[in-house]
Ligand binder design. Structure first.
Ligand code: PLP
Length: 478
């Protein structure tokens, strides 16, 4: 039984929680056990450090801190100022950005902050100047009405969902799609890669206010220098949502044309995916947009979460250490080993491989939908998620793809040999699963048949694979 400080800290916390609502303490303990046992290949998840996790569970949670560092609408924010400033400083140093706003509660929130900063800068401010007033409250009713119409009548060009774009990049089910007239750019059907000439053509035709780059399921690097040139050619603001690959930027795997920070007007990210911090978001920008970005709360954000900003400061400090660059490189090496292992066993991969942390398997080659594949893998102890592939005939619900990512398993320490073994397990499950039928005998997109003995054997092999790589080895709740 381990008695180190982390174990003591978590055990004590659980004891305190158990004294109030034991079922919550049990669920927290069960979550650790589940995470320890599963082969987690969800590309957007990771394992934050004990220091990051512990920074969130404290009295910072009790504090209101609306406003910005040193300029709050509430008294007594000196300690919140300290952690918010630390998080922002670490972010600026890590990414080479001149301004960092660390209040967004999530990636979606960070994107909303960025959209409204651009709208304020490019639509609202010129209208205020024209009306010769300093703020919207001073506009006449008629000018205010006209400005609201103009704000709601702007255009966004982003990557299509089935090519790997994100719902928040202007798609109708999300507020961004209701705010903006959106058009999307896809990928070349032959290669699966972004065709920059087509993006430029779409930008010329559509003339967006905002060109968005960034993705949830594109397994390749994006050339942000070219994207910026395209944005400049039509006078658009260039925004990059690096939620998925921020860890690869932080770890200097993506540099030069592939580092969004020097090229974009504004960069948004989550802090919990490859960056390995707490659940949250962040915005980076230059001085031109800094003031507008800082208005994120209360513009679109609720009050800041000081306990999460404290955890962001811890995680960003960790990401500035030399071993994080090592980690980031291993994420990509592992993704490539996994892709190679799958290709060798006959799987079809979107774009034929990967240059980042994720691999997208087109499971139609196995005669399955993404949903069937996801469930069959889950039955076998392998946690992934289904995802649309370009021009997906099965739509966004059933899909034809399985997205797998390596940030989490790389944190546990798994390497190329284990990635090959993982490829074997995934291939075995997909190869041995067949599409099922509905009650009427018609083909089903959800039902599937997998011999439970196969699922059990793969599950056992997956668990064995993890034994040498304990999750949170410094934490023992026993
Ligand atoms: N942007 C991208 C590219 C994402 O992949 C995601 C998460 O899936 C988000 C934004 C939203 O992040 P969050 O879930 O933290 O709001």
């Amino acid at each position: 039984m381990s008695h180190n400080v982390e174990s003591t800290a978590f055990r004590t916390a659980l004891e305190v929680i158990r004294g109030v609502e034991p079922r919550v303490a049990d669920a927290i303990g069960a979550e650790l056990a589940d995470q320890r046992e599963s082969l987690k290949l969800i590309a957007s998840e990771n394992y934050a450090s004990p220091a990051t996790l512990l920074a969130m569970g404290n009295w910072f949670s009790d504090k209101y801190a609306e406003g910005t560092i040193g300029r709050r609408f509430y008294a007594g924010c000196q300690n919140v100022d300290t952690v918010e400033a630390l998080a922002a400083e670490h972010a600026k140093e890590l990414f080479g950005a001149s301004h960092a706003y660390v209040q967004p509660h999530s990636g979606i929130d960070a994107n909303l902050v960025a959209f409204w900063a651009i709208l304020a800068d490019r639509v609202e401010s010129p209208a205020l100047r024209k009306a010769q007033v300093r703020q919207v409250n001073e506009l006449t009713e008629a000018d205010w009405f006209a400005l609201r119409r103009e704000l709601g009548n702007q255009r966004m060009l982003g990557m299509s969902l089935d090519a790997g774009g994100h719902l928040t990049h202007g798609f109708r089910p999300n507020i961004s799609g209701k705010m903006f007239d959106q058009r999307s750019y896809g990928t070349d059907p032959a290669t699966g890669l972004i065709d920059y000439d087509r993006v430029a053509e779409a930008a010329r035709e559509f003339k967006p206010l905002i060109l968005v780059a960034g993705y949830s399921a594109y397994p390749r690097k994006v050339n942000f220098r070219i994207m910026r040139e395209i944005a400049d050619s039509v006078g658009a603001a260039f925004m990059v949502d690096m939620a998925h690959f921020a860890g690869l930027v932080a770890g200097k795997v993506f540099t030069g044309d592939f580092d969004p920070v020097p090229h974009a007007h504004i960069v948004t990210t989550t802090t919990h995916k490859s960056l390995r911090g707490p659940r949250g978001g962040m915005v980076l920008c230059g001085p031109e947009l800094a003031d507008q970005v800082d208005r994120g709360c209360p513009m679109v954000l609720g009050g800041p979460l000081p306990h999460v900003m404290a955890a962001k400061a811890v995680a960003l400090a960790e990401a500035r250490r030399p071993d994080f660059a090592d980690y980031a490189q291993r994420i990509v090496d592992n993704a490539q080993a996994l892709a190679d292992g799958l290709l060798r066993r006959g799987a079809t991969l979107v774009t034929g491989g990967t240059e980042n942390h994720l691999v997208l398997i087109d499971v139609s080659g196995y005669g399955l939908t993404g949903r069937q594949a996801e469930q069959a893998l889950l039955d076998s102890g392998i946690v992934t998620n289904r995802n649309a592939v370009p021009q997906d005939p099965n739509g966004a619900w059933y899909t034809s793809g399985i997205r797998i990512g390596t940030p989490a398993l790389t944190t546990r320490g798994l390497g190329a040999a284990e990635m090959d073994a993982t490829a074997e397990l995934i291939h075995t499950v997909l190869d041995r699963t067949t599409a099922g039928t509905g009650p009427d005998g018609a083909p089903s997109k959800a039902k599937y048949v997998l011999d439970p003995a196969v699922a059990e054997s793969v599950g056992k092999q997956a668990a064995d694979l993890l034994v040498p790589f304990p999750l949170y080895p410094e934490v023992s709740l026993g």
